[in-house]
Design a protein around this ligand. Structure first.
Ligand SMILES: [Zn+2]
Ligand SMILES: [Zn+2]
Length: 256
């Protein structure tokens, strides 16, 4: 049973929900969508207001797309929500999908290092609004995004287009993502490790106040020293600076 759980051979549990956290049949699916009671990953459905969706809804030919402007707007969105998530705890991965299917459009997945931070995020965002949209965060069974993402899309071009049922993950540049991951404070680990970083004892409060502020104020050496290496290696075999690889481009940055 455990071996076939969530695979095509599993006639009970929905493999799409299990792998991708979203299934086009939704509540009417003939197989079970087992929403986990706890997870490191929180899904905020439809949080990203994909401009292409509007274009599809209106007449596409009426909408002007400036690719560079769209990319800049996306990076602004990415940074803004990343920092919101990071205020709850250390974020290991964050993914925004570019799919346009109704069941998955605009989904934002955030994977925390600790389940309790994911829980705080879920509680903290429930009932909040982002750009006029009510957020309905939920725990997601997805923790391995390599299984969830569409290989065709990552490698070249997906023949199923934007209505593919696997994740088409919208990329930001690797350096930009690396910077966001690296600049995180890790309030939970510095408070639980107590005096180990005594010179940074005020960093917890500073970290909160920095949310939404000018990123230029960040001191990267301070951010990295506030991570307790013993704790991070215990809960995560990867070194903090390598964790961006988990977000991974299997095909190594072809798209940039
Ligand atoms: Zn399903
Ligand atoms: Zn695809």
């Amino acid at each position: 049973m455990a071996r076939i759980h969530g695979t095509e051979d599993d006639r009970v549990n929905c493999p799409f929900y299990f792998k991708i956290g979203a299934c086009r049949h939704g509540d009417r699916c003939s197989r079970l969508h087992n929403v986990p009671a706890f997870s490191q990953t929180v899904l905020i459905p439809h949080m990203y207001p994909n401009p292409l969706r509007q274009a599809v809804a209106d007449k596409p030919e009426d909408v002007q797309h400036d690719p560079q402007k769209m990319e800049e707007e996306f990076e602004d969105f990415y940074e803004e929500v990343f920092e919101e998530f990071a205020s709850f705890g250390y974020v290991e991965e964050m993914h925004v999908v570019d799919n346009l299917g109704d069941h998955i459009v605009g989904h934002v997945y955030v994977k925390f290092r600790r389940e309790e931070d994911a829980e705080a995020c879920k509680i903290g965002l429930t009932g909040k609004y982002y750009k006029g949209q009510l957020l309905k965060p939920e725990f997601s069974p997805v923790t391995d995004f390599r299984e969830a993402r569409c290989r065709q899309f990552d490698e070249t071009k997906c023949s199923r287009g934007a209505y593919c049922n696997f994740m088409h993950i919208k990329e930001v540049s690797r350096s930009f993502r690396k910077e966001l991951l690296r600049d995180q404070d890790d309030p939970s680990s510095s408070s639980s490790s107590g005096s180990s970083s005594s010179s940074d004892s005020g960093s917890e409060d500073d970290g909160k106040e920095m949310i939404g502020e000018d990123t230029d104020e960040r001191d990267t050496s301070k951010a990295s020293s506030s991570v307790d290496p013993s704790e991070s290696s215990a809960s995560n075999p990867q070194a903090p600076n390598e964790s961006h690889d988990a977000i991974g481009e299997p095909a190594e940055e072809k798209k940039e």
